[in-house]
Every structure is written in C-alpha cells, then in structure tokens.
Design a protein around this ligand. Structure first.
Ligand code: BZD
Length: 842
C-alpha cells in the first residue's frame, strides 16, 4: 500500500501548483463557492451571518496554505520549537486580524462591497472566543501573534472549552452570569484533527517491578479518556509564517467503558462517556483565587499529558537521544496552571523510557521555564495531597521524590536551617497537607520570570526570596507587551492611517520604536487637530455603543474616563467610584452658575467581570450602578457628570473602548498588580493614565515621562507602614473628612441598596482597609484635579496624548517575545519563503 503521494509526486504537485489568487474576482468567487458548497446555501441570496461564514472559510483557505507550508518548512529545517503551555487564551475575534496579518483587508473590503456587503458589519457577526479570564489569557494571545510575526518556530497549547468565560448581564444593577456557549454557530477557524488523539489516564494504582535488578514503576489508570486536537492557525504579520494554537478537547475513550457495556448497564456506560466530555466543557471563571477542585486538576493534567505526548511524538520522529531534548524543545509555563508538565515528562522519561532519575532531571530542568503572574497569596496554587494522590498517584510519588532530593541538597547547604527547609519545600505541612505548585515550578525550571520590572524585583525580595538566594541567576524579568496589530492596526484604523502619514510608511507596525523619531509632531497644530479628530471619531463609536447597550446619552465633548479590568479589591474600582461620589457631592454644593468653571464635564465608565463567588466584587458593581442611576438622572448635574457600567467587558468590546478613552485608570495598591497590560494598550492609543507606581506603570512612566501621566499614591515601600497606621487609628481620622462624608452619604441611603453597600464599606471601614484605599484617597483626588486642569487646555492635553503614543514602543509584545526567545528559550527565528506575488499570480 504505497501512499498515493509517493507514487507520483509530480502528479499530485500538478493538482495544486498554485497558491490561491487574491484578485477581487478570485476572492468573490471563493466566497460564493463557500456559500454554495460549504454552507449549502444559495449564492443568490445569503444573510450577513452566512456572508461572515463564507468569508471566513475563504480566508481560512489562505491561512491553511501558509500554515501547512510553515510546519513543513520547520520540519525540514529541523528547528528548535518553543511550546507555550497555557490554560487560557483570549484570542478575540479572528476575521479582521487574519485579514490584516495576511495584508488582504483592502482587497476583501472592496470585493465584499462590490457584492453589497460592508466588511465591518461582516466582522460584527463573529463571536468573541473568550477562553480566558483576563490579563494572563490575553497575554498568551498577544504572544502568539508576536511569535508568528517574528518567525519563531512555536506552538501554543491549551484547552478547547465548550463554554468560555460567562457573559455578564446587568439586571437591577447586579451582575448576572450567562453561560457562553460560543460554538453554537460553528467555528470556521478551527481544524478538527480526527487523527490526533491521545489517551489520558486518571486514578488507578501503581505497582513496582524489579527487572534486571532495576526497579520500575507501572501506573495503571482506572479512568481513560481521549484528548483530541483542534488546530487554530495564527498568522504572522508581513510574513508567510503561520503558527498553530492547538487546543485539546476531551472525549470518551472507546475502550474505557467496555466493561459496563458488556455487563449490560447501557445507561451507566453512557453516563461515564458524558463525564469524559465534561472535562473540557467549562473554563473556571476565577482570576485571583485558587479553586482546588478536582475537575480543574483534571483539566490541567489533560492539557499537560496530551501536549507532552504530542511533543514527544514529534521529537521521536527525528531522534533517539533524550539528552538532545533541551536543544530542540523549550517549554514555557504560563503561571503554575500547567506545572504538572514537569512531573509528566519526568514520569515518561523514567517509567516508560527507562532513563535514570538524574538523566531525566537534566532533560526536564533544561527545557522548562516558568512565568509568575501574581504575588497575591490567595492565588497561589496548592493541591491537597489526597486529591492529587487519588487522581494522579504516580505524579504525587514523583513530586515527593523531587522534593526529597531537593531538600537533601538544601540541608547540606544550610545545615539545621529549618525555616529555609520549610519555606522551600514543595510540600506544605499541616492538618491539610498540600503541594505548592509555585515551588515545583521553580525547582523544575531553569528560568523563572516576573512580568514587569517591579514585580520581578518583588519576587526576588519577598515571595521567592529563599529561592532567589539559592540560585539568583535563574530569576529574570520579562516586562509584558501587547500586539500593535490588534491593539492599534485593527482597533484604531484612524490612528493607524495617521501614523502611516507621520512615518511615511506602515513600518511602525513591526517596529514601534521608530515612532520616537517623530516626537516633534506633538507640537504641530495641524497634527494635533487631526489627532483630536481621530479621537473624536472613536469617541463617537463608543457613544453609540453605550447608547445602545446602556441607554445613556453621553456628551461626546466630555472627558471619557475609563476603568476596565476584572473587578478586584486590589485594583480599587471602589476608590474610583467613591471619588465619583465625592465629585457629585461637590458639584451639588457648588452654586449652579459656578459649576462649569470648576468642573470639567466627565463621562466615567467602568467595566469588568466579577468572579461569580466574589461577593465584594459584585457589590462594587452594584455600587457603580446605584451611583449611575442617581447621578445620571439628576437634572441639576446634567452632562457635568455621567457614570456608566459597560456590560460584558471582553476583547471585542475592548477594541471599541480603548481607542475612545482619554483618561484611563490603573490605580492598584502599589506592589499588587504584577504588570497590567491594558495600561499599555491605552497608552499606545493616546490615552493618559491616572495611576499608582505599580506593575508596568513604573516603566510606562520611565518611557513616556511622569509629566505626561497622573501619578499618585503610596509607593510600594510605604504600603506596610500605612497599613499599620490604618490599623492604629480611628477610621474617621484615617479617612479624613472628604472620604468620611462620602461613606456617610452611602450609609444614609442616598443611593439605596443600603444592606449591600454598608457591607461593601465594611471592607474598608473599621481598620479593615488592607488595600489602603483610605490612605491614597486624598492623593488620588489631587491627581484628579490635575486631570481637570489639563483637560481645559486642549492643545496641551493633545500634545501629551501624542507623546504617550509615540513613546510606547517598549510595550510591543514583539520586544517581549524577542527577549524570551533570546534570554530564556535560546530560539532562532526561521522565516519560511514567501511565495512571491508572481508565483501567486501564476
Ligand atoms: O496577568 C494577570 C495579572 O494580574 C496582571 O497584572 C498581568 O498583567 C497579567 C499578565 O501577566 N493575572 C491574571 O490575569 N490571572 C488570571 O487570569 C488567572 C487565571 C486563573 C487562575 C489564576 C489567575
């Protein structure tokens, strides 16, 4: 049975010797063909949704050409790969991004217009795949874009959840979670690989055998399921390279329930099949507390086990020597969620491949690296040993083994230092014994990084201090970045066109640093005018978005002041809304004729999801909506102050919101926001930041200049002292009169919802104010006053807006990915030949 391809390669070659042509007619006929043959609809009359589906299939065809060629070429060149392992990817909509990266947006726009369809309305038909919670998941998506664009041989690996993060609705001012079944209209972007399946085992028991005087461990799982690959092509910009985001879906294994079927318990057997499918059915909607649920552990292990099996299969096709593994594979852990990969590779190498422990450890250690995204203690993963040992008995045994060998080294180095032993141990002792996944990740990796300079420094001085002292060279910083393709080129076409004119080309999309060379335009009145026009158009778009979804009529000339991010106490949305109340009370106290002199009209917008079980976060949403109701209906206030909660903040909404904002808030308690990434997107889009010296804000200030931001509040070194002060003083003294008056207004039921709102205030009153909102409030109000003063001077404001954008080059994820590739992965780019235009038109 010789495969057809080798029988007559030249014959096969002739069957597809051309790449798809991209003329207007070719695009139109490909779309119409997909309407007819893929969707089986009539080409004479099809809806906008069918148009979207057909256009996507047409673009997908072009992606697949590049995608297949890319991995074929990588394989031929025998390159080293990086495997990016993440439980979350917030990739957002794909159509526009694919067209922009393939440089076909103009052609498709024209082709579709000619057929009577507006491409922008076509874009709106796409669901927003939301397989992530927030920053961590979106970062993974930006990284894929940069890895493809910079021609790095890379694979993204994750899970294909049937339900993404819930859709947020606001009912009577409360958040309501609605399931996000995002696949109900199919997904034209994915390629189901019916032939890429791996078995995944759970539970069961281990037995030891001695063979030739050597002990061997055999783990027999008692539940076996299958992970199937779904491939999602990620096109690079300005290159033919297109990489793969491979997502696993859990399915029942045909073997595993054989017994029940044979015993005649048909329904029980079907039930267990459904349980298998359930594993990848839903994303955990928690972004800051650790859940500790068995299903979550199953998800993590499924990702890890399928990915490692896939990588090993690829490796084995090429070579036999395990010690070569690190030369050809780098594995990056996006937080500790996929940390079991370290253990899984150890297990396969020792139990199945027969390597000695030390040999296996070399292989593992030199290929893994770990990125930490938080120092919040409640977010650190710690799996109970009963749970872990029951689900993955052999993995627990290996973890104990790693720990034993590690701690022996420690006690040799620091004899009798019990404190060090107990903080470094992978095992946390106590009534409920747990495995510390961060410690496992550090011990098993050759590189550990934080995601902004301040955060990385805090890791070495606080959270991971003892590990740092042990191996300082292991610890690095990789300041986050975001992709300018999605966040400027797609989201802000007006600004993109302006930057093209300023630079004289679109080179800035690949090299944001060149924007620095054009800083003198910031003073040019003509450019300033155009800059303001672009901002105004973006504000208009958001105006309509808000009107439709929230029923609020904003004044387009008011200052658009925005805080969008997951709702969390440390991010201090509460401080923002308390200031809004302060402003409201001040407006009311001011005689009507003086108000416009004293207050700049502002539209203050909040957006973000609260984890379903996070009651305080939900109460913050309730407060925002209560204030919104009161203020927006107060005739006396009019357009001087509007407050809006923007429902269901997600990637596609962010693409409307960010380009329209003028002031954005990044006001976390110093030391607690690891980096933040939306701050970077806002700056690129010419938005001014009001923020604390936290996360990447510190580096943004370095780049754009503190004078072009509104920095306020305690620095990280002052926080602990302020907490002590807070605990030792009466809350009215600690808050001061202005904040006290705000709290009293809420408690007097000015906004209603007294029960919820009093409970919310109790999280900061009575010496409880862990996030020192009270300590930073006055400084925050002063910064807000500076905002008003500057906004009155349109030209000065615009100048700063321009400088923010032109100086934001450092925050392109291209810079970040280059640093990972050079400083952690030791990875070379590999650009595949771009079929020349002439070849395409052959
Ligand atoms: O990661 C975020 C941090 O809070 C941000 O400061 C940082 O910029 C980004 C990217 O590095 N962390 C998360 O988004 N974390 C999660 O979403 C998450 C998800 C599951 C479990 C725990 C945390």
């Amino acid at each position: 049975n010789t495969p057809v391809a080798s029988q007559s390669t030249s014959k096969i070659w002739k069957l597809m010797e051309k790449y798809l042509p991209n003329s207007k007619e070719a695009i139109q006929s490909s779309v119409v063909n997909h309407v007819e043959y893929t969707l089986a609809k009539t080409r004479f009359d099809f809806t906008l949704l069918h148009c979207y589906q057909a256009v996507s299939h047409s673009v997908r065809d072009r992606l697949i050409e590049a995608f297949n060629d890319t991995y074929q070429y990588f394989n031929n060149k025998d390159v080293k790969y990086v495997y990016y392992l993440s439980l979350e990817y917030l990739i957002g909509r794909c159509l526009q991004n694919a067209l922009v990266n393939l440089e076909l947006e103009g052609q498709y726009k024209e082709a579709m217009l000619d057929m009577g369809y507006n491409l922008e309305s076509v874009y709106e038909q796409e669901v927003d795949p939301a397989l992530g919670n927030g920053g961590l998941g979106r970062l993974a998506a930006c990284f894929l874009d940069s890895m493809a664009t910079l021609n790095y041989p890379a694979w993204g690996y994750g899970l294909r959840y049937s339900y993404g993060i819930f859709r947020q609705q606001i009912k009577d001012g409360y958040q309501v979670e609605v399931p996000d079944y995002w696949l109900d209209r199919g997904n034209p972007w994915e390629i189901e690989r019916l032939d890429v399946n791996y078995q995944i085992k759970f539970y069961g028991s281990i037995t030891k055998k001695v063979e030739d005087g050597k002990e061997r461990t055999i783990w027999e799982g008692s539940e076996i399921i299958v992970a199937r690959a779904y491939d999602n092509p990620i096109p690079g910009y300005n290159t033919f390279n297109t990489i793969n985001l491979r997502l696993w879906r859990s399915l029942p294994s045909s073997e595993f329930d054989f017994k029940s079927f044979n015993q005649g318990d048909y329904f029980k057997a079907l039930e267990s099949r459904q349980r298998a499918e359930f594993i990848t059915s839903v994303l955990y909607p928690n972004d800051s507390t650790y859940a500790g649920k068995e299903l979550r552990l199953k998800q993590q292990y499924l990702l890890v086990s399928a990915t490692i099996q896939d990588a090993i299969r690829r490796f084995k096709k090429k070579r036999k020597e395990w010690k070569e593994w690190p030369k050809y594979n780098a594995l990056q852990l996006n937080d500790t969620h996929p940390a079991l990969a370290i253990v899984e590779l150890m297990r396969i190498l020792t139990d199945i491949e027969g390597l000695e422990y030390e040999e296996a450890w070399e292989v593992v250690y030199n290929s893994f690296a770990y990125t930490n995204h938080t120092i919040l203690p409640e977010a650190l993963e710690k799996w109970g040993v009963e749970l872990l040992g029951n689900l993955l008995p052999r993995h627990l045994e290996i973890i104990y083994n790693i720990n034993h060998i590690f701690l022996e080294k420690i006690s040799r180095k620091y004899p009798n230092d019990w404190r060090k032993l107990s903080t470094l141990s992978l095992v946390e002792e106590g009534t409920h014994k747990t495995i510390r996944m961060a410690n496992l990740s550090i011990v098993g990796s050759h590189a550990v990084n934080g995601v902004a300079a301040l955060h990385s420094q805090l890791l070495t001085t606080n959270l991971f201090k003892d590990f740092y002292e042990l191996r300082p060279a292991k610890f690095q910083n990789k300041t986050n970045g975001v992709t300018p393709r999605r966040w400027i080129r797609c989201a802000n076409p007006g600004l993109s066109a302006l930057l093209n004119d300023v630079v004289g080309s679109d080179d800035w999309i690949l090299d944001m640093d060149i924007l620095k060379n054009f800083q003198k335009i910031a003073d040019d009145p003509a450019i300033q005018n155009r800059w303001m026009q672009v901002k105004r158009q973006n504000k208009e778009k958001l105006y309509w978005w808000v009107k439709e979804r929230c029923g609020v009529d904003l004044n387009i000339d008011s200052l658009f002041d925005i805080q969008v991010k997951r709702i969390h106490e440390y991010k201090r949305q509460l401080m923002n809304i308390l200031y809004v109340i302060r402003r409201y009370l001040d407006i009311k106290k001011t005689p009507a004729e003086e108000r416009r002199k004293l207050f700049v009209p502002r539209s203050i917008m909040f957006g973000g999801k609260a984890a379903p079980g996070y009651i305080t976060a939900k109460r913050i949403i309730r407060l925002v909506n209560a204030v919104s109701q009161k203020v927006n209906n107060d005739q006396e206030v009019g357009d001087l102050l509007k407050v809006v909660f923007l429902p269901n903040y997600n990637v596609s909404n962010a693409q409307v919101i960010i380009p329209a904002s003028e002031l954005s808030q990044h006001i976390s308690t110093a030391g607690l926001e690891a980096s933040g990434t939306s701050n970077m997107k806002f700056v690129m889009n010419g938005c001014l930041i009001i923020g604390t010296m936290d996360g990447a804000n510190v580096e943004i200030a370095e780049e754009v200049g503190e004078e072009n931001m509104f920095i306020f509040g305690a620095r990280v070194e002052q926080v602990e002292e302020l907490r002590n002060k807070m605990r030792n003083s009466n809350y009215r003294d600690y808050f001061g009169p202005r904040l006290t008056e705000v709290c009293d207004a809420i408690s007097s039921d000015l906004f209603g919802y007294k029960y919820d709102l009093d409970a919310l205030l109790d999280t900061i009153r009575n010496k409880n104010d862990y996030y020192i909102l009270g300590a930073d409030f006055e400084s925050y109000c002063e910064a807000q006053q500076r905002v008003d003063n500057l906004y009155r001077n349109k030209s000065e404001w615009t100048k700063k807006s321009i400088l923010n954008s032109l100086r934001s080059g450092k925050f392109s994820s291209d810079r970040t990915i280059r640093q990972y590739a050079e400083e952690i992965w030791d990875l070379e780019p590999c650009e595949i030949p771009n079929p020349s235009k002439s070849e395409k038109e052959r």
